[in-house]
Design a protein. Structure first.
Lengths: 385, 238
């Protein structure tokens, strides 16, 4: 017989009380785990979507001139002195420290050409990376696979009355339109997109690249750090992070997070109060029993040990069940919170924290009742004696 | 105060007694009035005695027993156990003393409901550091001694009143304390069972156990070596 046998036997044979105590902690911990799990899954989901959503870093050559366009309206001021990168330098991007966070790198060459007497913007791309980056593009026909095949914007198609299968001469080379881009509402509607190397020749910019779009996975890294690292490699480039979209989405997640923490604190408080009241009631109920312990020679510390050990066991069980329950709720609720959202999975460090928190709460809530119990005057406690 | 057999007088004081009660008194504050539960008591108890403390309810006998057990600080006077003034010790030291020297049989058994008979008997050993095998043997031996060897795994509420009392006795003597205090051990039992319990206590006394028993039942005093009567907070010899 050791003191822990008394605690375990009490919990085991007074199951109703123990279930009530565990329930208090379970509700508290499960709520926290559910909220945190959902928030984590939400931010992962948004990050994944942003990662899929094409470029979040743009690299263009540094220019002394300020842009004279706003919201797609150009006010002239043609920049005659265009600067370009050498294509051979592009692979250097992947030598930065955070290169593992780099997804697609899509270089482009841009330039104007005259088609049927009208100026049109040509964009030469590496179709493989470009199409992966612009995965929201929809086409009529099949995307270009050969250097002499073209993808044209919907507006360009109607301006030049071009359809799939029509041919077009650019410079002195003949190209075939294999697909037409459905309206995107962006600049692509009015341009002609072709193979990077073929268009470099058409535009007379062999080995040159006008801009690079980069998709980076930013779950674990600060995007500003990535931008700085790329800028270091390319001192002649202006590297910009398209942060606006990320920021606004992350802001709403942060707001939800704060809200979750607020709710969590409230629920924890109520859970602890429940444990406190139940433990207090249990001590009052056990006054006589504690009197017997003291009368047969148990020290104050022994009585506290018995009660605190019970609290610890209750905390441990409540924490584990709360963590499992919280994850189950998060898993079940996820499809309703985020459409097509995936559950972020078990986070074991969160599990460890949940269990520790539960034990700590249970101990803190039981400290006063345990102290009160240990201070009971044995003769008062027994009365009969 | 009457001079009685058992009261301490200066000539006897040189003899070493197991317990000496020297001028103890206990006052309670009941609202604004001061109630004297024990006015003044002086007596001694020797090793191997079976002493009955008799008195009506409210006479102060239970208070006296709780003072003897180191559970209730007297308002004045001394309780010497082997010449040691137990109320000069801290409350934690008194807890250790109770664990080592005093076994208590409580009124209405006071068994722990969620522990089995065996576990209840082992309870006082939970703080002694004895190995569990040794604890088990000691508890089973003492259960056999009180005739409950076959009910070790029952819970208290599965036993009759007499059996519960035996468990309480087994628990009180398992640590082999020099002093056994019994508070109305037959109070809630029928006369036959009460007789059995008194026989058991008598046997224990014959084996050398010092017993101090509080009772209001005159029949219970037949087998004791001495009876101290308590009335209105004072004590008298039989």
């Amino acid at each position: 017989m050791k003191l822990h046998n008394i605690s375990f036997n009490n919990l085991n044979r007074r199951k109703g009380k123990m279930i009530f105590l565990v329930l208090g902690l379970f509700i508290g911990i499960a709520t926290i785990v559910t909220l945190l799990s959902i928030t984590e899954s939400m931010s992962r989901d948004i990050e994944d979507r942003l990662d899929q959503f094409g470029a979040n870093i743009v690299m263009v050559p540094k220019s002394e001139n300020l842009s004279l366009s706003y919201g797609g309206v150009s006010m002239g001021g043609v920049n005659y002195k265009t600067v370009e990168f050498d294509e051979v330098r592009i692979p250097d991007i992947r030598t930065i420290e955070y290169s593992k966070n780099l997804g697609l790198v899509a270089p482009k060459v841009l330039g104007a050409a005259s088609v049927k007497g009208k100026d049109v913007l040509l964009m030469g791309v590496d179709f493989e990376s470009e199409l992966a980056l612009k995965n929201w593009w929809q086409f009529e026909g099949t995307p270009p696979a050969q250097p002499n095949e073209l993808l044209i914007g919907s507006q360009t198609a109607s301006t030049f009355k071009l359809g799939v299968g029509d041919s077009l001469v650019l410079g002195d080379k003949e190209f075939v339109v294999t697909s037409i881009l459905k309206p995107t509402g962006a600049t692509e509607d009015g341009i002609i997109i072709g193979d990077l190397h073929a268009f470099q020749k058409v535009l007379g910019k062999e080995g040159k690249v006008s801009m690079v779009e980069i998709a980076a996975f930013c779950r674990d890294c600060p995007i500003t750090e990535l931008v700085l690292q790329i800028a270091e490699k390319f001192p002649d480039a202006k590297v910009t992070a398209l942060r606006q979209a990320v920021m606004s989405k992350m802001q709403s997640i942060e707001m939800f997070k704060s809200f979750s923490y607020g709710i969590a604190v409230l629920v924890i408080f109520i859970g602890s109060l429940l444990v406190f009241v139940t433990m207090m009631g249990s001590v009052n109920e056990r006054t006589r029993e504690i009197g017997i312990f003291r009368a047969i020679g148990f020290r104050r510390g022994h009585v506290m040990q018995i009660i605190l050990l019970e609290a610890m066991v209750v905390g441990l069980i409540g924490g584990i069940l709360g963590y499992l329950g919280g994850n189950t709720i998060a898993f079940t609720a996820m499809p309703f919170v985020i459409k097509d959202g995936a559950f972020a999975g078990f986070n074991y460090s969160m599990g460890g924290m949940a269990v520790l928190l539960s034990i700590a709460l249970s101990l803190i809530a039981s400290l006063y009742p345990a102290q009160k119990a240990s201070k009971l005057d044995p003769s008062e406690a027994l009365r009969a004696l | 105060m009457n001079t009685i057999n058992g009261n301490v007088n200066p000539a006897e004081h040189e003899v070493q007694h197991l317990i000496e009660i020297l001028g103890i008194g206990k006052d309670y504050q009941d609202g604004e009035t001061n109630v004297q539960a024990i006015k003044q008591m002086d007596f001694y108890i020797d090793d191997g005695e079976f002493v009955a403390i008799m008195g009506q309810s409210g006479s102060g006998k239970s208070t006296l027993l709780s003072i003897l057990g180191g559970l209730n600080h007297p308002s004045r006077g001394q309780v010497l156990l082997d010449s040691l003034d137990i109320y000069k010790l801290s409350s934690e030291q008194r807890a250790d003393l109770r664990s080592e020297y005093i076994g208590v049989i409580f009124q209405s058994f006071q068994l722990i409901p969620y522990l089995t008979v065996l576990e209840n008997v082992k309870l006082p050993m939970a703080i002694t550091g004895r190995k569990s095998k040794k604890q088990d043997k000691m508890a089973r031996d003492v259960l056999a001694r009180v005739g409950l060897a076959n009910k070790a795994d029952r819970l208290p509420d599965q036993l009759s009143g007499g059996e519960q009392e035996r468990v309480a006795i087994a628990r009180a003597i398992v640590n082999k304390p020099p002093i056994l205090l019994a508070d109305e051990p037959t109070g809630s039992l029928d006369s036959n069972t009460a007789k059995e319990i008194l026989n058991l206590l008598k046997e224990l006394n014959e084996e050398g156990q010092t017993i101090i028993m509080v009772t209001h039942n005159p029949d219970a005093c037949k087998d004791t070596t001495r009876t101290i009567h308590v009335k209105d907070g004072s004590c008298y010899a039989h």
